[in-house]
Design a protein around this ligand. Structure first.
Ligand SMILES: NC(=O)c1ccc[n+]([C@@H]2O[C@H](COP(=O)([O-])OP(=O)(O)OC[C@H]3O[C@@H](n4cnc5c(N)ncnc54)[C@H](O)[C@@H]3O)[C@@H](O)[C@H]2O)c1
Length: 248
């Protein structure tokens, strides 16, 4: 690892899309810091082992990204040790699906806090450093649901649409300082988040995808890593849709 190795922070990095993002970035031998909030360390350890096989000693930390205080604490620690953050991928997210009529206030608050407030927390925690560096790339994982809606996901859709509005605004604020911020909006991707859906719903969703199949976490990771590459340095405030044609 050289001093020029990029410092990359991925939230929700223990499994699913976050893991695929970390593994895709591993090709460039960066310093990788993964945040997660799983009840145990098993998935995070598995991701660390996969990164180790690629010659990367990743750090994993259990941090609730919806907590402004805890996020500031971990980023203070990261920035004081590495003196920079080159890439932030705001990927942590949860669902608490139910029809609006039945939705508990606590499920609204939890989803908005974990999916949207976390993006505010983590982005604010790195932005001063990126502005000082005059470089940096932030990618926020939104969702097709934030664009087209989905019955049972009023809280989730609001959080993901909120991420897109946040992204465009911050993009305008930091564009003159050489920092980019974009979204990737996945469609229906094969991870633990979608594995819990009943088979009938999974089949119905697949029927709405012109490509006729679910996406893989790696499909999302490609778009994320590209948005953080030199080749995408003139792109900011955008959303790339990775959805097999489900929304165009
Ligand atoms: N899987 C899909 O079809 C799909 C589609 C569109 C968008 N997305 C989005 O992609 C992102 C990743 O989803 P996934 O399918 O890989 O999910 P997943 O359930 O497999 O992984 C979620 C990750 O988020 C972390 N996390 C959850 N709550 C957290 C908290 N409070 N603090 C810190 N970390 C927390 C978990 O520890 C885990 O690492 C999410 O934002 C999700 O909304 C997924």
């Amino acid at each position: 690892m050289t001093d020029r190795a990029r410092v990359i922070v991925v939230t929700g990095g223990s499994r699913g899309i976050g893991r695929a993002v970390a593994l895709r970035f591993a090709q460039e031998k960066p310093r990788i810091i993964l945040l997660h909030y799983d009840p145990d360390e098993s998935a995070a350890d598995e991701t660390s082992a996969l990164l180790h096989e690629q010659g990367i000693e990743a750090e994993t930390h259990k941090v609730d990204v919806s907590s402004h205080k805890d996020v500031n604490g971990i980023f203070h620690d990261i920035i004081s040790r590495f003196e920079k953050v080159d890439v932030l991928v705001n990927n942590a997210g949860i669902t608490r699906d139910t029809l609006l009529m039945k939705m508990a206030e606590s499920d609204w608050d939890l989803v908005l806090n974990v999916n949207l407030k976390s993006v505010f927390n983590c982005t604010q925690a790195v932005i001063r450093t990126m502005i000082k560096q005059r470089s940096g790339a932030i990618v926020n994982i939104a969702s097709i649901t934030g664009q087209i809606g989905n019955p049972g996901q009023a809280n989730y859709a609001a959080s993901k649409a909120g991420i897109m509005g946040f992204t465009k605004t911050v993009a305008r604020e930091v564009a003159p300082r050489g920092v980019t911020i974009n979204c990737v909006a996945p469609g229906f991707i094969d991870t633990e988040m979608t594995a819990i859906l009943p088979e009938k719903i999974r089949e119905a969703l697949k029927g709405q995808i012109p490509m006729g199949k679910m996406g893989r976490p790696e499909d999302v990771a490609e778009a994320v890593c590209w948005l953080c590459s030199d080749g995408a340095s003139y792109i900011t405030g955008q959303t790339i849709h990775v959805n097999g044609g489900m929304y165009m």
